[in-house]
Each structure stands twice: as C-alpha cells, then as structure tokens.
Design a protein around this ligand. Structure first.
Ligand code: SF4
Length: 243
C-alpha cells in the first residue's frame, strides 16, 4: 500500500490525528504511540491479517488494523472492553490449540505470545485444551521446528527469503494438520544468519537454533525487562489531539 496519499484526518480513541490516506491503520497507530497488539504483523512486510489480534472498531465495524488502510474521517476505537475480550479469547484459543509449555521453552521471556498472555492476564482459558499430538522436527542441521508452538502466523514465510524472493518456509498439509516446513529446494542454502533471522522473526518458540540456548539468562530477557507494548506507549503523543 502506498504511503503517498493525501493528508487526511482520522479519529482514534476520541482524538484527532493527521495521516496519509492508504497507510495501514496499525502503522498510523504505531507512529502515534498507540499500541495495538499483533502476532503476525511486521512493519514493512505485506500484511495478512492472520492472527486477528489487531482487530479494532472502524466506524462501528470490526476490522483488522494491519490490513485496513486509513481514509478521511474514519473513527477508530482500539481499546474497548469488547475488543479486549475478543483479543483475550483469540489468545486463549492459541493456547488451547497448541502445546505452549512456557517454563521449558527457550523463547520464554522473548516470546510475543507469552508476553501478550501476561498483558491480557490470561490464567485459565475459557476453552478446553485440545492437547494436539504434534511433532518436533530436528532434521535440519541449523534449526529445530517445534510444531507444538507454531501459531501459523506466516511471519517466517513472508520474511525469510532468498535473493530471488523465494521463501525458505512454506505450509504443508491441510486443515488441522497444517504445519510449517522448510522449502526442500532451499534447505541447503539455509545458513546460520538466515536461521537466526527466522528465530528472531518467529513470535513464539516454534523455530529455535541448534547448538545454542539460554545465551540470555532468564530474568534478563526482552519482555522481562519491559512488558510488550510499553516501547510504543512510552512516548505517547498525538499529532493534533494534544495541541
Ligand atoms: S514457525 Fe513461527 S513464524 Fe513461522 S508460522 Fe509458526 S509461529 Fe509463525
């Protein structure tokens, strides 16, 4: 989506902001230090609306902020009790549909899913656990894929590519058996640097690098120092609203 549209005015949570038409709503929110949770969105990468965590109210309708371009006069609510409950339910579904055992996960403290669970104060999900039988695939010499922890956000597919733009990752199988795989024809090109990028881009512990672990001690990890969202909210300022 182009960011070169005309200057427009929109209302977010009762305050007026300037933006440019066509910019994705989640990016407008980020620019203005308004935290909208997401697990699949990465700034600058084409959005897919896969996780639905960024659902907001736009002119009274629920829409994903990552796939919605802003336009003149939009009225957006980012944080109502209903939206909070919806997002919490989405998180709970992710937890019951996978096997997320945080205390034994190398990503604990650096995991976006875990950090959001803390932010939304999830204790006992309202849905029954499904305890799916999933595998851990350690076939690749550099990466371990733990399908128990994959939330199918497609971040790895959309961002980890070779020079020709071919993705190192893909989905295989269908329905509830859908899982992430390393593209067969590219697996020999997967080097340590690419493996590290994949681990970093994954919002959970579904992708982990072999031969290293716990380089950052527990209690010194990203979300143990600052809760998720605080990096956006800490410099909160409006373009027009505070004038
Ligand atoms: S492996 Fe990680 S980045 Fe890839 S789809 Fe699963 S959760 Fe998302």
């Amino acid at each position: 989506m182009s960011t070169n549209g005309s200057v427009i005015r929109i209302i977010i949570d009762g305050k007026e902001y300037l933006s440019r038409s066509g910019v994705y709503l989640i990016d407008v929110a980020r620019e203005n230090r308004i935290f909208i949770p997401t697990l699949c969105n990465i700034s600058g990468v084409k959005p897919r609306g896969a996780c639905r965590m960024c659902t907001v109210s736009v002119n009274g309708r629920y829409m994903t902020a990552c796939t919605t371009p802003v336009s003149e006069g939009m009225e957006i609510k980012t944080n109502t009790p209903d939206l909070h409950d919806l997002r919490k339910a989405i998180l709970e579904i992710m937890f019951v549909e996978g096997n997320h055992i945080c205390p034994v996960c190398e990503k604990s403290g650096n995991c976006d899913l875990q950090a959001l669970a803390y932010r939304f104060q999830i204790l006992v999900p309202r849905f029954p656990y499904s305890f799916p039988k999933r595998t851990i695939d350690a076939e690749n010499p550099l990466l371990v894929k733990d399908h128990n922890r994959c939330i199918l956000c497609k971040r790895c597919i959309r961002t980890i590519k070779d020079e020709q733009g071919r993705s190192f990752f893909a989905f295989r199988k269908r329905g509830h058996k859908l899982e992430i795989s390393i593209a067969h024809h590219l697996k020999d090109h997967l080097n340590k640097e690419i493996a590290q990028r994949a681990v970093d881009v994954c919002p959970t512990g579904a992708l982990l690098k072999k031969e290293s672990g716990y380089n950052i001690p527990i209690s010194e990890r990203k979300y143990e120092r600052t809760p998720i969202g605080s990096e956006i909210e800490s410099l909160k300022q409006s373009v027009i609203g505070d004038q």
